[in-house]
Design a protein around this ligand. Structure first.
Ligand code: CP
Length: 309
């Protein structure tokens, strides 16, 4: 996170480029759709002067039955130093990293319902910056001790929730999940968090952040709630709930990993309000992914030189 802070200062310059990964090749291997993660990994690699190969399963030989192993080895033949993989199967990045199929660093860009580690890192970076602004001190070296983060919605299908619970807890934050019982996974009693079914009651505690999760209808094969209207009424961040936060003068920022279902889990009034960190999260995603690629590929764990020559 401290390295990401350094990278953010590069992104705010007129020349947004470092020579750190000149001559290195990063392959973006995306078997599932993505806007933010794919583009920000590409931007991050290019800002570090790496060459980038973008692979999307749609329109590739995957549709002819080519396996993950053969696809990855084909891309390795083009001398990749790192493979950034998003896959619908939980564990696909682990398989690629441990199988010996390829000789490259592997970065998980989201695997099934399992993990989305760089999303959790960019969320933590966003929360550190919120706290730094509030306390008028630098975010570098900061943890999230004492912060209360509420994560709301489709926890069952969410890799964002699974990665965030571990990282937020590691950094000292208190995490509360709010969801209908049908959208909470079995085994959550082993997670370091609290669980509630009442969003209004939890928001009344004036948390530091409320993170709305996307309702992942593409992963649902059953009816998990009576209707979309009912879901929004009980678990959506409606204009009325934003007004209630304002009336309490709550410090709560509104987070969403994107893409958002406006009018379902989050209203436009919430997404576009001054409390929203949605676009800051996207910007921080580039800095975090620059840090990940730099620390993996430069062979240098010290603070990066911000020199652009
Ligand atoms: N948050 C996130 O992973 O968004 P994308 O699916 O657009 O990459």
């Amino acid at each position: 996170l401290d390295t990401a802070d350094q990278m953010a200062s590069v992104s705010s310059r007129s020349v947004k480029k470092l020579p750190a990964l000149r001559g290195r090749t990063v392959v973006n291997l995306f078997f599932e759709d993505s806007t933010r993660t794919r583009i920000s990994f590409e931007t991050a690699a290019k800002r570090l002067s790496a060459d980038v190969i973008n692979f999307s399963a749609k329109g590739s030989s995957v549709s002819k039955g080519e396996s993950l192993k053969d696809t990855a080895q084909t891309l390795m033949a083009m001398s990749a130093d790192a493979v950034v993989i998003r896959h619908g199967a939980s564990g696909a990045p682990q398989q690629l990293a441990s199988s010996g199929w390829i000789d490259a660093a592997v970065v998980n860009a989201g695997d099934g319902k399992h993990e989305h580690p760089t999303q959790a890192l960019l969320d933590a970076m966003t929360l550190r910056r919120v706290r730094a602004r509030r306390e008028d001190r630098p975010s570098t070296g900061m943890d999230l001790e004492g912060m209360h983060v509420v994560i709301v919605g489709d926890v069952l299908h969410s890799r964002v929730a699974r990665s965030n619970v571990w990282l937020l807890n590691t950094l000292g934050a208190r995490v509360t999940f709010v969801a209908p019982p049908t959208l909470l996974p079995v085994g959550m009693d082993h997670w370091p968090c609290e669980v509630s079914y009442d969003l209004d009651e939890v928001l009344a505690q004036r948390p530091d952040a409320v993170m709305m999760l996307r309702l992942q209808s593409e992963r649902m094969n059953a009816a998990f709630f009576p209707s979309e209207q009912e879901y929004t009424r009980a678990w959506g961040l409606t204009p009325e709930r934003v007004a209630a936060l304002d009336a309490m003068d709550a410090p709560t920022v509104i987070m969403h990993p994107g893409p958002m279902n406006r009018g379902l889990e989050i209203s436009s009034e919430a997404a576009d309000s001054p409390r929203s960190t949605v676009l800051a999260q996207v910007a921080n995603g580039v800095s975090v992914r620059m840090a990940v690629l730099f620390l993996l590929l430069s062979g240098d764990e010290s603070t990066p030189s911000l020199s652009d020559n």
